[in-house]
Design a protein around this ligand. Structure first.
Ligand SMILES: *[C@@H]1O[C@H](CO)[C@@H](O)[C@H](O)[C@H]1NC(C)=O
Ligand SMILES: *[C@@H]1O[C@H](CO)[C@@H](O)[C@H](O)[C@H]1NC(C)=O
Length: 501
């Protein structure tokens, strides 16, 4: 029986965080940006020597997997319109623009024996255009578009992916490191490992839950760590940049005050983001205790000869621990977690969800975005930031994604409210000592939202996907964000005049 969670959680409304209306100034050194990713905006899917990625394959092999049967073949056409994107970044007054590089555009077959010069040129042009306009390039090395040739070999569950990734990273440091000083190795490990290999939510849709996502997690952490150490050893002295990882973090709140529900929320937080954050940012390193305990126990009960969670050797733990200059936080929403013995049998065995053994739900009273998974819960963001500060000795945090989806349209007051409320509690957290130094809106422009195609819009600028020229138009939220950046402060009474950016 599913419990009526809306009764359980009514008590959490606002949760002690006051959304005050006074003008709130961010520190002078605080920086604002906006984000996109290659597959979601570039198009040019088979142009100028680019190889195929797992998303090209997923969208072409079985279009019915995508809500509107669309692909990223053209997307927002940023492969051709990147100058307009930079102009938009300039219009907004961004300090930095976070974009990702398509691995198969650089290495069509995934491996470094064949480098695609047109791909190298594309990102050189984008980086130079940004710098010409005084906007810092913030480069994500991997945002989900694995070369298909590497997926044929197992992709992220083949331990050799560590070497493949480091070979690719080295090329980017070599070609772009003279001008790029902000690096993210990997975007959202959970979406890569659990959603891609443990379910069918993301490419390559392997659906081998309970086993594949943990193999992926180990390989991914090692790939990240080796890319970080490569920078330290061969590039840092000369290039003086900063290298981190972006982890998607949902905040899980206990649905009631019972010990069981409290533990369900702890487990959910550790499975969702502690799985990747703890090995890198905690003092002890290794996977979190809750993960090791739950998976070992269940594996033994289920007749496995060892835990389905792979071991990390002492030297691997040491390699991964401390391997980031900053914690990139991608965060959107909060969920309630509870535990209920009558739910035995709800999840497949073995599986990630069964290992976590928590039921997670939203709350119908929270403001709802177009995306079913996304509700506005500012206090959850605040609690997340405080927890990161507490668990990992107050690391440098960059918010590398945060945003809101609508069905479209230029007058997006719900997005404006979301940004204001999230930035307001971010300001609270900074005042209380959380070392957050950058904020990145997702997204600069509308784009291909993975399995939801073009049905969910996250852009500060609207893209008209029905027009060949993919015309971009600022939404009301773009004017509000521009004013926040211009003044480095939040003034909730500000109303833009919508005809001048
Ligand atoms: C994925 O695996 C689960 C359990 O292992 C199964 O119930 C489900 O039908 C699979 N989904 C698809 C789309 O194959
Ligand atoms: C390296 O970058 C930091 C800012 O990130 C700056 O303060 C420092 O002066 C730079 N050092 C060199 C040697 O360029």
């Amino acid at each position: 029986m599913i419990r009526p969670f809306f009764i359980l959680c009514a008590i959490f409304h606002n949760n002690g965080v006051s959304l005050s209306s006074k003008i709130r100034k961010f520190p002078d050194s605080f920086e604002f940006g906006a984000s996109t990713s290659a597959y979601q905006i570039e198009g040019g899917w088979y142009e100028d020597g680019k190889g195929l990625s797992i998303w090209d394959i997923a969208t072409h092999m079985d279009p019915s997997q995508i809500k509107d049967k669309s692909t990223g073949d053209i997307a927002a056409d940023s492969y051709h319109l990147y100058k307009r994107d930079v102009e938009i970044a300039k219009e907004l007054g961004l300090d930095f623009y976070r974009f990702s590089v398509s691995w198969p555009r650089i290495l069509p077959k995934g491996l470094p024996n064949q480098i695609n010069q047109a791909g190298i040129d594309y990102y050189n042009n984008l980086i130079n255009e940004l710098l010409k306009n005084n906007i810092k390039p913030f480069l994500t090395i991997y945002h989900w578009d694995l070369p298909y040739e590497l997926q044929k070999l197992g992709g992220w569950i083949n331990p050799h992916v560590v070497d493949w990734f480091v070979d690719y990273v080295k090329i980017l440091y070599d070609y772009y490191g003279d001008r790029v000083k902000l690096w993210i190795t990997i975007n959202e490990p959970k979406q890569i490992c659990y959603e891609g290999y443990g379910s069918t939510l993301k490419a390559p849709m392997l659906n081998a839950s309970g086993v594949a996502e943990y193999m992926c997690a180990k390989n991914l952490l090692l790939a990240h760590a080796k890319a970080y150490h490569l920078y330290n050893q061969n590039y840092r002295k000369l290039q003086n940049g900063t290298v981190g990882i972006s982890i998607s973090c949902t905040w899980f709140e206990p649905a009631s005050e019972t010990i069981d529900d409290h533990q369900a929320a702890v487990d959910a937080n550790q499975f969702d983001w502690g799985q990747y954050a703890h090995p890198i940012f905690s003092k002890a390193g290794h996977f979190p205790f809750e993960l090791k305990k739950n998976i070992a126990l269940k594996s033994a009960e289920q007749g496995f000869s060892r835990s389905r969670l792979p071991e990390l050797s002492a030297s691997e733990v040491a390699l991964i621990r401390g391997s980031a200059d900053f914690f990139g936080v991608n965060t959107y929403t909060t969920k309630l977690a509870y535990r209920d013995a009558s739910l035995d049998g709800l999840y497949a065995v073995p599986s990630y969800m069964d290992d976590m053994a928590a039921v997670v739900v939203g709350n119908p009273t929270w403001p709802q975005a177009k995306s079913t998974w996304l509700q506005e819960v500012p206090w959850g963001f605040y609690k997340l930031l405080k927890e990161i500060k507490k668990n990992y000795n107050n690391p440098v945090v960059y918010i590398t994604e945060n945003g809101w989806s609508t069905a479209g349209g230029l007058f997006d007051d719900d997005r404006i409210q979301y940004y204001r409320n999230y930035l307001s509690v971010l300001h609270d957290a900074i005042e209380e000592g959380c070392d957050v130094r950058k904020y990145t809106a997702w997204s600069l422009i509308d784009n291909f939202e993975w399995k939801n195609g073009y049905t969910e819009k996250f852009g500060l600028y609207e893209v008209d996907f029905s027009r060949e020229d993919r015309n971009r138009t600022p939404r009301k939220s773009a004017y509000v964000y521009k004013e926040i950046i211009r003044t480095k402060s939040l003034d909730t009474t500000y109303e833009p005049e919508i005809n001048t950016v």
